[in-house]
Structures are given as structure tokens and as C-alpha cells.
Design a protein around this ligand. Structure first.
Ligand code: FES
Ligand code: FES
Length: 158
């Protein structure tokens, strides 16, 4: 066990961590932040996507220990995020989710690609979202929700 300090959702956290514990298990089991979902646990599906220093990261293949001194944001940190509020509305309107299992990781990725401007057209959106798998909705609604999010956030910033 090793003691580390991390910032999680804006709060300082000091914890004893097993050297092999993943960031996803740390968030879910130690901090009870269960909005970070675990699907494949092999870095393939994107369900576990969180932000580390504002970059999307797969929490299932990231060692919690490597987060020492860094800032982690899980889906629970976006309740009051203006961009995420718009993205949530657009996912609802465009039927971008069904069971919701992929949704925390999906919307964190969508927020990132919209903010980077990496969503010029549907083809680019599909490429950018290729690391986030959805088992039930299909991607038409998700792409539409991303286009809507892009357009509404752009209109708000003008
Ligand atoms: S659970 Fe992490 S990528 Fe699938
Ligand atoms: S909405 Fe069910 S896995 Fe995506």
C-alpha cells in the first residue's frame, strides 16, 4: 500500500492505495463514485472515461497510483457544468441513450470533442467517438446529439 494525494472532483483526497489498484476501482470502491462504469475493463469500450488534468483517460487501465498530484474529474463533477447541461439535453432530445450504461463515458468524450472543435461533420464525430462503444442505442442518435450539442454550444458562445 502506498499513500498518495489526488484531487478528485475538486476536492483533495489522501488515500492508501494498493499498488495494482486501477483508477476506476479507486473511484468506485474507495470513493463510492459509481458513475464511472466498467464494461470491458480492457481499455476498449470507453465506459470508464474520466478526465485527468482535463484530458479524457480510460480509468480501467490507469493505475490509481499514477494519479498522485493530478486532478481527476468523474461524471459526478459535471452536475453544474454549463456545457454538460447542454449535452445532456441534446442526448435526451436526440435519443442518444437507452440503458445509459455507456453514457457517462460517452458524454465526457462528447464534451471534450465539442470543446476541441473536433466535430466538424458526422464522419469526424464517428471517428472521434470510435473509442466509446454503445451496446444498445446505435450511433445515429449519439452522432445527432453531438451535432446538436456542437451547434447549441456554438450559438451560446456567440
Ligand atoms: S471499462 Fe474501461 S475501456 Fe471499457
Ligand atoms: S445506451 Fe446502453 S450501452 Fe449505450
Amino acid at each position: 500500500m502506498t499513500s498518495i494525494s489526488i484531487t478528485v472532483n475538486g476536492e483533495p483526497v489522501v488515500a492508501e492505495i494498493d499498488d495494482r489498484m486501477t483508477l476506476a476501482d479507486f473511484l468506485r470502491d474507495k470513493l463510492d463514485l459509481t458513475g464511472t462504469h466498467l464494461g470491458c475493463e480492457h481499455g476498449v469500450c470507453g465506459a470508464c472515461t474520466v478526465l485527468v488534468d482535463e484530458e479524457p483517460v480510460r480509468a480501467c487501465i490507469t493505475l490509481a497510483l499514477s494519479m498522485a498530484g493530478r486532478s481527476v474529474r468523474s461524471i459526478e463533477d459535471f452536475n453544474d457544468d454549463p456545457a454538460m447541461e447542454v449535452i445532456r439535453e441534446c442526448f435526451s432530445e436526440a435519443h442518444g441513450l437507452q440503458c445509459g450504461f455507456c453514457t457517462p463515458g460517452m458524454v465526457i468524450t462528447v464534451r471534450d470533442i465539442v470543446q476541441r472543435g473536433a466535430c466538424v461533420d458526422a464522419k469526424q464525430i464517428r471517428t472521434e467517438l470510435s473509442g466509446n462503444l454503445c451496446r444498445c442505442t446505435g450511433y445515429a442518435g449519439i452522432v445527432k446529439a453531438t451535432e446538436l450539442s456542437r451547434d447549441r454550444l456554438k450559438a451560446k458562445s456567440e
